[in-house]
Design a protein around this ligand. Structure first.
Ligand code: ADP
Ligand code: MN
Ligand code: MN
Ligand code: MN
Length: 342
């Protein structure tokens, strides 16, 4: 038996966008299953999760990952937050997704999330000149070369760390705005994808510390004629992935058209700055779906249309969305037999 360090990670009560928090517990290792880890507490008055006079909140470990930074048997663990009396804390969005995932387990929902983000060096995007702007967008997306991409060493480090942690990362790419990048998680089930997006975000911020670079998930980090940052959420059920699935996907798009407003409020703050109808987005006021249409709210990928089955891409979620809420909204609308009224 030897001592290991376990980083307990949770989302706080910050509004309108929850932030990540973490602290380290030293326990006897090795630990193989999340059930072996003790619950823990924290001061909720410092995380906008409690008032000062009654401030203890409970951390319940729910999802283990290897710690690629400390290495060895050290671990990262995603936690859910509970009140001192054992009830689900108001900031705990995972609990609702947990229930939906269980209720609709028979539909075998899969999610793939494309997380866009922007590196900042102090107050300006990484690689941008001290005065003025870089050359207009056009050559940066999937670019190569020191005049096109900024921060690749951090991106490579982050990607390797996610793989070592056991996160189902499926790729990365440089984005349309210089200093902006994307990583993809999935396709995996709802709780896995959401836990892993949060863990990958935590690793991105933590690795950024070593480079003196921060990463922001703001949906419109630079105003004007620069692309915003989203978190396209790709989604399928077993029926969508089987022959004849295209009809099931179109049925889902119709349901999503009826619940647009209900979804948008769950899809991230300041998203109206990004969903303008420009820069490969559909206006927030409208709902459209279409095959291969990057100006639609929901895109049915070309491959899916050609095969007649596959998945849909919800392009509305912003980069700073909470994946627990976005996955829950999609399951609530698409997996239920009856539409849940707004
Ligand atoms: P694009 O940039 O063209 O929109 P990406 O390649 O960045 O697409 O992302 C596509 C995402 O779709 C990946 O995260 C992948 O995991 C996910 N995906 C692939 N197949 C499915 C599926 N059947 N169900 C849900 N997600 C899927
Ligand atoms: Mn992508
Ligand atoms: Mn992208
Ligand atoms: Mn996409």
């Amino acid at each position: 038996m030897s001592k290991i360090r376990v980083e307990y990670i949770w989302t706080d009560g910050h509004l309108p966008t929850a932030k990540l928090r973490s602290k380290t517990k030293i326990v006897d290792g090795p630990v193989k299953d999340v059930s072996e880890l003790p619950e823990w507490g924290f001061d909720g008055s410092s995380t906008e999760q409690a008032e000062g006079h009654f401030s203890d909140c409970l951390l319940k470990p729910v999802r283990l990952a290897l710690d690629p930074i400390r290495g060895g048997d050290n671990l990262l663990v995603m936690c859910e937050v509970f009140n001192a009396d054992g009830t689900v804390h108001a900031s705990n969005a995972r609990a609702a997704l947990r229930e939906l995932a269980e209720k609709h387990a028979d539909q075998e929902a899969w999610f793939g999330i494309e997380q866009e983000y922007t590196f900042f060096d102090g107050i300006k995007p990484l690689g941008w000149p001290d005065n003025g702007f870089p050359a207009p967008q056009g050559g940066y997306y999937c670019g190569v070369g020191s005049d096109e991409v900024y921060g690749r060493d951090i991106v490579e480090d982050h990607m390797e760390s996610c793989i070592l942690a056991g996160i189902e990362m499926s790729g990365i790419n440089a984005e349309v705005m210089p200093g902006q990048w994307e990583f993809q998680i999935g396709p995996v089930g709802p709780l896995d994808v959401a836990d892993e997006v949060w863990l990958a975000r935590w690793l991105l911020y933590r690795i950024g510390e070593d480079y003196g670079v921060s990463a922001t998930l703001h949906p419109k980090p630079v105003k004007g004629d620069w692309n915003g940052a989203g978190a396209h959420t790709n989604f399928s059920t077993k029926a969508m992935r089987e022959p004849g699935g295209l009809a099931v996907i179109e049925e889902a798009c119709k349901k999503l058209g009826k619940t647009h407003e209900k979804h948008i409020v769950q899809y991230g703050a300041h998203n109206e700055e990004r969903l303008t109808g420009l820069h490969e987005t559909c206006s927030m006021q409208d709902f459209k779906y279409g095959i291969s249409d990057r100006g639609a709210s929901i895109r049915i990928p070309m491959q899916t249309a050609n095969d007649g089955f596959g998945y849909l891409e919800d392009r509305r979620p912003s980069a700073n969305m909470d994946p627990y809420k976005v996955c829950a909204a999609l399951m609530e609308t698409v997996c239920a037999d009856e539409l849940v009224p707004a």
